[in-house]
Every structure is written in C-alpha cells, then in structure tokens.
Design a protein around this ligand. Structure first.
Ligand code: DAH
Length: 358
C-alpha cells in the first residue's frame, strides 16, 4: 500500500515536471500504455490470492484513475500555455503609431477648413450647416437678390428641374443662405461660421463647378464695422501666421451687406513666385460687410434693435495661397502623389491661433 502511494506521488511529480505534450505522451505510454507499468501491475493481479487481489485491485484502480486524471489536467494546461504563448507572440499594440509609408493624408481642403474653424472657434464662433440643394428664397431672395437683380447673372447657377408649382431648387452658389436659415431659426446674439460646398456653372483653370466657402455671421445689438475689421484682421494674421500681415479693406458691393468691403492682404511677386506679407501688391481674399437691414427684416429680426456683420471666402483660394498650391483643378484629381505631397499628417493638429495673433 505504501509502495503504491509512493509510486503515485512519484508519477504525479513526474507529470507536473513535464514541459511538453510529447514528454507527457511518453509518460502516459510508460505508465498506462499496453505494456505500461501500471497496466502490467494490473495484469499481475491475476496471480494473487483473491483477498489480496481485492485490496490491491482497488488501490491500483485508484492509482490508474489519479494518474490518468493528472495527465489529462496537465494536457489541458500545456495546451493553454501554448495558446497563451502564441497570443503573446502575435500580440499587436494598437496604440503604436502607424508606419510612415501606410499613413493616409488629410486633404488640404479639410485641413484648411479645420484651421479656419479653429481660429474662429477661439473667438467664440460655432459651426452651422445648411443643405447643398437650396430654395431660391434662401440662396437669393432673402439675401436681397430678387429675381430681376443683376447679381443673379454673376452666379452661374445650377438649377434643378422645376417642381409642380414652377419653383426651381438650386445648388447653392454660396454659403450665405445659411445666414438666413440661422437667423430664421435662432435669435441674437448669433456668432456662426459655416464651412461648406458651393456650386457654380463655371469650369476653367481658376474655377471649378464645385468648390468650398466659409461664411461668417455675427448679429447682436452693438456689433459694428470696427468689430468686423478687428475680427478679420486677426483672422488673416492668424491664418497666414504673419504677425504684421498688411490687411486692407476696400469698398465694394454685395446686395446682402451695406456697407460692403472686400479684404486684401499684402503680397509680393518675385520672379513669378508669390509671397504673402509686406510687398508692393495686394491680393483679394474675402468679401464682407455690415448685414443689410433688409436681410435682417427678411429673416424676422428687428433691424432697429439688431445689427451685425458677415463675411465669406473661398477655401481653395486661401488654401492655395497659404500652401503654395498652383492649380485649382488638382484639388479634385484624387492623385495619390499630389496627396502625398500636399496632404497633411492625420495627427497634425490644426494651428490654433497662429503665433501671429498671440
Ligand atoms: N457670398 C459672397 C460670394 O459668394 C461672399 C460674401 C461676401 C459673403 C460678403 C458674405 C459677405 O457674407 O458679407 O461671393
């Protein structure tokens, strides 16, 4: 009996010390195989006297069961550690940065929109949006461009097929309709920025039928022309990261603002290369003005109590100027080589307020 107990302990120890499935199988054959040690001991029971056989048989059965149980358990644990080892080997650290050659790039239009939103965001503007397919009222009439107004001709509008009552929807020719939508649906103070797609039936090296604009609108009880000027000068300097960038306001005309001004920034051209900053030339970059009281009234806002300013600019234009992209059409070519060259790393955070404005 003691012998069997000692044997059991030694086998269990051997099992626990086994480190491979092959070693474990060898051990199993050695003890429990056809001519294994325990098997042989069981065979020898036949030679015993009945009374001894009964006792020894019981003990051997228990031994056999414990040994095969221990082997099975060990088998499972070896299998588990093999899986764990494999998992450990194949472990992927998803927090690691991607390899440089497989990184996608942010399109300059998205980057520029992010930058513009970020700068105006710091000034307290929030982002508003509107539909690309617009009603005539929002795109024109409410903005003080009635059907017979000459400004309509300048817009090269894409019209959709007439509805039953004869009115035709348009692809919005500017982001200004979102001014109207916002004034209709909320009350002052309003301070919004509207990046979005716009459409005009025009296609050459400097025009694309689809392009992007950013609109801005501020309405409250006291905002005046000096706020317009301060805000836009600050924006231009922050966007181009030039602290003393010359900014000029030139009288102009837009039906939806009165007075209106176009904004130019200083630049120079040396040997065909344009440089933004101090120079002997000016470059127009946006349109602006004090919101025409008629527009306020069209949107249900009391023009005796409220006033404000608005502005609009082309995203592609300011992007080309800032990043030296020479041809507008390349923005939409989906050329991977162009993206690798002009695109931005996805983890680049847009310049908040550039050094210039700090
Ligand atoms: N909507 C004008 C355009 O597409 C740009 C513009 C000019 C927007 C003056 C404005 C503004 O809000 O005040 O040419």
């Amino acid at each position: 009996m003691e012998d069997i107990e000692a044997l059991k302990n030694s086998i269990i120890l051997a099992i626990s010390e086994t480190t491979s499935p092959d070693g474990l199988e060898e051990l199993r054959v050695f003890e429990l195989g056809k001519s294994g040690r325990i098997t042989n001991m069981m065979k020898s029971l036949g030679n015993m006297r009945e009374i001894e056989r009964k006792i020894a048989g019981k003990e051997l059965n228990i031994l056999k069961q414990s040994v095969s149980g221990a082997i099975e358990k060990k088998k499972q644990s070896l299998l588990e550690s093999k899986i764990n080892e494999k998992l450990e080997l194949e472990r992927i650290d998803v927090t690691l940065p991607p390899r440089a050659q497989t990184i996608g790039k942010i399109h300059p239009i998205s980057q520029t929109i992010d930058e513009v939103v970020s700068i105006f965001g710091e000034m307290g503007f929030s982002v508003a949006e509107g539909p690309d397919i617009e009603e005539d009222w929002y795109n024109f009439t409410a903005l003080n461009i009635p059907p017979d107004h000459p400004a309509r001709q300048e817009h090269d509008t894409f019209y959709l097929e007439a509805k039953s009552k004869g009115e035709r929807m348009v692809l919005r020719t500017h982001t200004s309709p979102v001014q109207v939508r916002t004034m209709e649906s909320s009350s002052p103070p309003i301070r919004i920025i509207v990046p979005g797609r716009t459409y005009r039936c025009d296609h050459d090296s400097t025009h694309s039928p689809m392009f992007h604009q950013v609109e801005g609108l501020v309405v409250d009880e006291s905002t005046n022309m000096s706020h317009l000027k301060g805000c836009l000068i600050e924006f231009c300097r922050a966007f181009f990261s030039i602290e003393d960038l010359p900014v000029r306001f030139r009288p102009s005309y837009f039906p939806f603002t009165e007075p209106s001004a176009e904004v130019d920034i200083g630049c120079s051209i040396t040997e065909g290369t344009l440089k933004i900053g101090h120079g002997d030339k000016w470059m127009e970059i946006l349109g602006s003005g004090m919101v025409n009281p008629r527009v306020l009234e069209n949107c249900g806002i009391d023009s005796k109590k409220y006033q404000g300013f608005a502005f609009g600019m082309g995203i592609e234009r300011i992007s080309m100027l800032k990043y030296g992209i020479p041809d507008l059409r390349t923005f939409y070519d989906s050329d991977i080589r162009w993206m690798r060259h002009y695109g931005f790393r996805c983890l680049d955070v847009p310049t908040m307020v550039g050094k210039a404005a700090r």
